[in-house]
Design a protein. Structure first.
Length: 202
């Protein structure tokens, strides 16, 4: 009978050691939690029977440690996966233009000038809207800015996209938008309201 009582402490010790070792390994540490729970039960039984008390106490500590480490490791893994998922989603939203408001607030400054039409040689006119893009970040970035021209009723007249590639940290650059529009839209564009529809960042 004494061997049986001593066996609980020994079994708890073995399970506790295995549990602690496995608790550091992701996914496999699910088994470590079960082993730790069994070790805890065996250790408590050994303590109640008052046999191999020292071994039972060590087993108890190992059992609690294996379960605690398992829970901590799983939380850490879960947090890492969540953070990675959020970062991926943010990157996708940055590239798709879904984060336009945040990008305009934190990453880039876009100033829209006045739409102008200039008479060129041979009666050929050219048009442009000067768009100044400034990278507010401390690293090189590229931005794609979609701009829309609407009339007084909010009806879209024309749209254009400015591509500001590889702007350095704090760097600004002027771009010409609405340079390739038909001449029959010139007058409407002169009276139009220009607004930023979306901004993407890569």
């Amino acid at each position: 009978m004494e061997k049986e009582k001593t066996g609980f402490a020994t079994a708890a010790l073995v399970l506790g050691i295995i549990g602690v070792v496995l608790s550091f390994i992701p996914i496999i540490n699910n088994a470590a939690f079960v082993l730790g729970a069994l070790a805890l039960i065996f250790a408590i039984v050994a303590l109640v029977k008052k046999k191999s008390v020292a071994t039972a106490i060590v087993s108890l500590v190992l059992a609690v440690a294996s379960m605690g480490i398992t829970l901590a490791m799983q939380k850490s893994l879960s947090d890492t996966v969540d953070d990675a998922s959020k970062e991926i989603n943010k990157t996708v939203d940055d590239m798709s233009g879904n984060n336009t408001d945040a990008i305009l607030k934190n990453d880039v400054q876009v100033d829209l000038g006045q739409f102008t039409v200039e008479e060129g040689e041979y009666g050929i006119s050219s048009s442009k809207l000067v768009v100044t893009v400034k990278n507010k970040l401390e690293e090189k970035k590229s931005f794609s800015i979609k701009i829309e021209a609407v009339d007084a009723d909010g009806k879209r007249i024309e749209d254009d996209t400015v591509y500001a590639n590889d702007l350095g940290a704090g760097q600004s650059q002027d771009f010409d938008a609405f340079s390739f529009v038909s001449s029959d839209k010139y007058e409407a564009l002169k009276a139009a309201t220009f607004k930023i529809v979306s901004v993407s960042k890569v």
